[in-house]
Design a protein around this ligand. Structure first.
Ligand code: GTP
Ligand code: MG
Length: 634
């Protein structure tokens, strides 16, 4: 093959190609030079890579959205040319019409330009940096089931390690503090639970370096332990297990280890890779070992931060104090935080009036990995909100205003997460490779059955991954985890609790519940194959509680109910719920107000319901749904 032929294939001028080949160390004489086929292939590839790199480096910064006219100016072209390019692709635009980021970038790419968004004021502040990068302390969060001893472990560590011990109890002001051990520093967070942890992640603030899962040896692995493990796994944070309360007579460490093995956390002494240490928070047994393990893990992670730049931090907790106003416990991630500086924190901000540590002492300078409570914000921020020091009041106010506007916008157009119908499209576009599922079922047996059936679905392109599974109602922790992992929630013979229902709606998380296993499996299989047919989306309409059950010889059983939420509609599809399970799925066959037939009965009123199901019991709930057909969006 001759060079001019290759140039033609690549759509470039021979001269240009010869120049490029020189740069790539493939010197050729002229456009008539001959090269063999293999060399041509290599050259082709390298030239393409070079082009890509050139475009990558040819950056022009603009504000999005951008009009055709402005884009043309930036690219040094005539607007008419861009319009005709777009027209050729079947897109009609006018000169003053705004282009979104993707479209504008696509056009720019054809002109070998890498179009980037201009950094905002915020980004400029965040990008500022010095070179004083130093080792920082690990940030460790304790999670686990209620009462398993998280706070006790921290209390023991604090009391035993405090150098100038005060007499009597030490009051802890904030649920975060840093310990200064002879071997190194460690920052601890005693959060109310895994939800705060995940909430922080949901806001893009993964601050924890290491998670300690606390499990009481006398109680074993509980549902919230599993949730905590799965939340930590989803966050990809190293886990250390602390098996607590080993001083108790009924402590059963082996039982805990066995349970851990079932959750892919096989302890090291059982041949696995999970570090598990046996401790007693009351006696102090094993605590030193736990601290050593934390420091060892931190050493491996080589945690570093820039100590000199303007501080950036994350809110761990916010509260309103009667006398002091808004207070926020913040962990500094980078830089040094000084009293008196202006800052923005979530959508609030202010000048830092004072800073207090966990013992209530006033501090003036806070370094990376250190927690502190700050005073001076004009509102209470939420966990996960980011704190950022800004140069002055004016900048603080501008950023706050922008964030508040953004929040308003977000409220109008809620973000939507993955929907099963869109799965195949997203896979095809290379946006996702895994279908992540949070699976809930009524009892352990059905959970296993569903899991087993899911595992048997053949899937070539998409990997099915169960981020979390559990028994019981779909709760807000599930929704939160789905939000951060971009998972969908699948329930089998369970319903969604009301808090979770509203947060799923707000966040655009897909929750699908089923009562027939084949339907569940078919839907997932169809979604994986991109063949999911339009499905009927059930929207919650109302709930009634069964107060009494009457046997009416002629028509079976009538349930005397009280409408507790929304309304009940005759003919509407419904679920009969007992405890955490759906025991029957059908529709409201008959609806009565006193003796008369009714079309609907509203919240607060009593009614008689016939479901055509005679095993209905007092204390059951009837949930009624509206139906809406959702078409496939392929
Ligand atoms: P929540 O914050 O409510 O989720 O609980 P927690 O995990 O922080 O548990 P907490 O430290 O409050 O301990 C619960 C109870 O267990 C308390 O009564 C502790 O005294 C007791 N406890 C904690 N650790 C131990 C231990 O090692 N041995 C014994 N015997 N009791 C312990
Ligand atoms: Mg506690």
């Amino acid at each position: 093959m001759r060079i001019y032929e290759l140039a033609k294939q690549l759509g470039v001028d021979s001269k240009e190609l010869i120049k490029k080949l020189k740069a790539l160390n493939f010197p050729v004489k002229n456009h008539m030079s001959v090269i063999d086929k293999d060399t041509a292939e290599i050259i082709k590839h390298e030239v393409e890579e070079l082009d890509k790199k050139e475009i990558e480096e040819n950056v022009i910064e603009v504000d999005f959205p951008i009009t055709i006219k402005d884009l043309a100016t930036k690219l040094g072209r005539k607007p008419s040319q861009l319009l005709s390019d777009l027209f050729k692709k079947g897109k009609m635009f006018t000169i003053n019409q705004n282009l979104d980021k993707k479209t504008a970038q696509g056009i720019a790419y054809e002109y070998k330009v890498n179009l980037k968004a201009k950094p905002t004021q915020e980004e400029q502040i965040l990008q500022a940096g010095s070179k004083n990068v130093k080792k920082r302390a690990p940030i460790v969060t304790l999670m686990g089931h209620i009462d398993h001893g998280k706070t006790s472990i921290l209390d023991y560590i604090r009391k035993s390690k405090l150098t100038n011990q005060e007499t009597g109890g030490i009051t802890q002001h904030i649920g975060a503090y840093q310990l200064n051990l002879s071997k190194g520093k460690i920052s601890f967070l005693d959060t109310p639970g895994h939800e705060t942890f995940t909430q922080m992640r949901a806001r893009g603030a993964s601050i924890t370096d290491i998670v300690i899962i606390v499990i009481a040896a006398d109680d074993g692995i509980k549902p919230q332990t599993i949730e905590a493990i799965d939340h930590a796994k989803a966050a990809d944070v190293p886990i250390i297990v602390a098996i607590n309360k080993i001083d108790k007579a009924n402590a059963n460490v082996d039982m805990v280890k066995q349970g851990l093995s079932k959750h892919d956390l096989v302890p090291e002494d059982w041949g696995g890779r999970t570090t598990a240490v046996e401790v007693s928070a009351t006696k102090g047994t094993g605590i030193d070992e736990l601290l050593d393990l934390i420091l060892l893990q931190a050493e491996v992670m080589e945690l570093k931060a820039d100590f000199d730049r303007p501080a950036i931090g994350v809110v761990v907790e916010g509260r309103l104090s009667k006398g002091k106003g808004a207070l926020a416990t913040v962990l500094v991630k980078e830089g040094t935080l000084n009293s008196g500086q202006w800052c923005v924190c979530g959508k609030y901000g202010g000048k830092i009036k004072a800073m207090h540590d966990d013992l209530g002492n006033v501090q003036n300078k806070i370094y990376p990995s250190e927690p502190i409570e700050i005073l001076g914000l004009n509102g209470v921020p939420a966990p996960g909100d980011k704190l950022m020091v800004v140069p002055d009041e004016k900048t603080a106010k501008e950023i706050m205003k922008k964030r508040q506007e953004e929040e308003k916008k977000k409220k109008i157009t809620p973000v939507t997460h993955l929907r099963l119908e869109d799965l195949h499209k997203k896979v095809k576009q290379g946006e996702i490779k895994k279908l992540k599922i949070i699976l809930k079922a009524d009892v352990g047996g059905t959970l296993e059955a569903v899991e087993g059936a899911l595992a048997k679905i053949p899937s070539k392109e998409v990997e099915l991954s169960i981020v979390h599974k559990g028994v019981g109602l779909i709760n807000s922790s599930d929704i939160l985890l789905a939000e951060v992992s971009d998972a969908i929630v699948v329930g089998f013979k369970v319903t969604t609790d009301s808090q979770a229902r509203s947060s799923a709606k707000k966040k655009g998380i897909e929750v699908r519940t089923y009562h027939i296993i084949y339907e569940l499996i078919d839907d997932i299989r169809a979604a994986l194959e991109g063949l999911l047919t339009p499905h009927i989306k059930k929207t919650f309409m109302g709930r009634a509680r069964v107060k009494a059950v009457f046997n009416v010889s002629k028509s079976g059983v009538i349930a005397g109910c009280q409408v507790e939420k929304g309304k009940i509609l005759r003919g509407a599809p419904c679920h009969l719920i007992r405890g955490n399970s759906v025991v029957f799925e059908g529709k409201i066959e008959t609806l009565k107000r006193f003796k008369n037939d009714a079309r609907e009965v509203k919240e607060g009123y009593e009614c008689g319901i016939d479901l055509g199901f005679d095993k209905i019991r007092e204390g059951d709930y009837v949930d009624v749904f509206g139906q809406e057909v959702i078409s496939r969006k392929l």
